[in-house]
Design a protein around this ligand. Structure first.
Ligand SMILES: [Zn+2]
Length: 483
């Protein structure tokens, strides 16, 4: 009979910082979609005689991220050279941080959900360290040839290492998603998974339940999506359990495996390298970084609300949890919602306009949120509805046309002659006409059938092609009936 086993997972997360320039030179940091080897210079290409200079913006963003993860920024830290030879690394070493990282410690709270989105439990994962380093270039293998693109070489990265606190692939994914939300919220990284701005290495091992010591682990390299992270961990967990059954115990030593996305399995790469293999030594061209308490506190003051706080704020406004999470996970959508809410001061109305109507029309047009009318255009539309220029119903049609054509609300209202009729005398004329044309409805109303008024209001709306202000119609109709 085999012992009950528990799964131990820890992650190393690489997140690209969204700075203007690279980590140690002034090359453009946004190389996505640019022609290969066009955002490079002698520094990031490692030419002899060049000197790296740390990017102050990147250092500040890394500090902000560390504080958001509740870490301690180390007053003294420095860069080290990490050596390995591979064609994606122009210098022959990576500038990283080894024994004195930027920050130590920290913790992230996160919720784990089941497939239907229900919260299963709330967990925490400790953070071991956060350090800065520069990224390598990108290799593309074509048949027997390998193409090298160094645009990415020198891009500023944060490496965030967790404690082995995660107990299942589902927990690992939930943690990684929360970490991504935090990095986006504090503006340290755009963490766009599609553009490879966030990548994971996952370590997994097994031990008998109740045991204290960790067993040798399998490290899965270079996972580029949450899907890959989950699938790879599930695969490796199952594999390690089988191995345990077969050998009566854990792996004899640490190993490194690669995830084969297409085949959906891991492949042994090598025994895990140790720090000695990298021949770390202090980077001689960059002086140590020092921070005073004041430096840190000044940056701490700039920390925006973290995702969990934001979620609570949205839920306090009356949004349900799913909508609140949607806003947190989509910064562009959140900017629109926040602005519309500021204009209307009505969460239900803002949510209807932005989260129901806007998202619905975008979906119908097969458009992305980046194609949506901008913040100003949405605020203008909300203003037109709020001021009664158009009815809420007409607002829906206007929004649909805004999404389809890219025109503003004013343009569409003008072109289509959609201004709402709020003029009292114009509405009175329409109401009197409606009463004349619907004697039966008036009769039923006088007999106590309140609903009969609907027919008269409906007649006015039809007659005015939907442009009469329904609230005004109701008001004037009642006044007439009281006479
Ligand atoms: Zn450069």
């Amino acid at each position: 009979m085999s012992a009950e086993l528990e799964t131990i997972i820890g992650l190393e997360v690489h997140a690209q910082m969204n700075t203007k320039t690279k980590m140690f030179c002034s090359c453009d940091n946004d190389a996505f979609g640019k022609a290969p080897n066009t955002t490079v210079c002698p520094v990031c290409m490692g030419h002899p005689g060049t000197l790296p200079a740390p990017n102050g913006e990147a250092v500040k963003k890394a500090v902000i991220a560390a504080l958001a993860l509740k870490g301690t920024v180390n007053a003294q830290n420095h860069f080290d050279r990490k050596h390995y030879f591979y064609p994606d690394l122009p210098c022959g070493f990576q500038i990283s941080q080894y024994d004195f990282p930027l920050a130590s410690g920290g913790t992230v709270s996160f919720v784990v959900r089941d497939d239907s989105g229900q919260v299963v439990n709330e967990e925490r994962c400790g953070i071991t360290r956060l350090h800065m380093e520069n990224d390598a270039g990108k290799l593309t293998h074509r048949g027997s040839k390998t193409l090298c693109d160094y645009n990415r070489a020198g891009t500023p990265l944060m490496e965030i290492v967790t404690e082995p606190d995660l107990r299942s692939p589902e927990e690992a994914v939930a943690f990684a998603q929360e970490l991504r939300r935090i990095l986006i919220a504090v503006g340290a990284s755009d963490a766009d998974m599609f553009k490879g701005m966030m990548r994971f290495d996952a370590s997994i091992s097994l031990r008998e339940k109740g045991a204290k010591d960790l067993n040798p682990r399998s490290e899965i390299k270079n996972l580029n999506s949450f899907k890959a992270l989950e699938k790879a961990l599930k695969y490796e967990e199952k594999r390690l359990r089988k191995e345990w059954e077969k050998n009566g115990g854990p792996l004899p030593r640490d190993i490194t495996v690669g995830w084969m996305d297409e085949e959906e399995k891991t492949k042994m790469l090598r025994e895990k390298e140790t720090a000695d293999d990298y021949r770390y030594f202090p980077e001689p061209d960059i002086p140590p970084l020092t921070f005073t308490k004041e430096d840190i506190e000044n940056i701490r003051k700039e920390l925006p609300a973290l995702p969990q706080e934001r979620k609570k704020q949205y839920m306090d406004l009356g949004l349900d949890e799913a909508l609140a999470v949607q806003l947190i996970d989509q910064p562009e959508l959140r900017r629109i919602f926040d602005a519309v809410y500021k204009k209307t001061n009505d969460a239900k109305r803002s949510s209807g306009l932005v989260l129901t109507q806007l998202l619905g029309f975008l979906k119908a047009e097969e458009k992305e949120i980046s194609d949506a009318p901008g913040v100003e255009a949405m605020v203008e539309l909300a203003g037109k509805i709020g001021s009664g220029t158009i009815s809420a119903n007409a607002g829906k049609d206007v929004l649909e046309k805004m999404v389809q054509t890219g025109k503003t609300a004013s343009q569409i209202i003008e072109e289509e002659g959609m201004q709402q009729i709020s003029d009292d005398s114009a509405i009175e004329t329409l109401v009197l006409k409606a009463m004349d044309s619907n004697p039966q409805a008036i009769e039923s109303f006088k007999k106590g059938k309140e609903a009969a008024l609907g027919a008269i209001v409906g007649w006015v709306m039809k007659e005015s092609k939907g442009q009469a202000n329904p609230a005004k119609v109701n008001e004037i109709l009642r006044k007439q009936l009281e006479n």
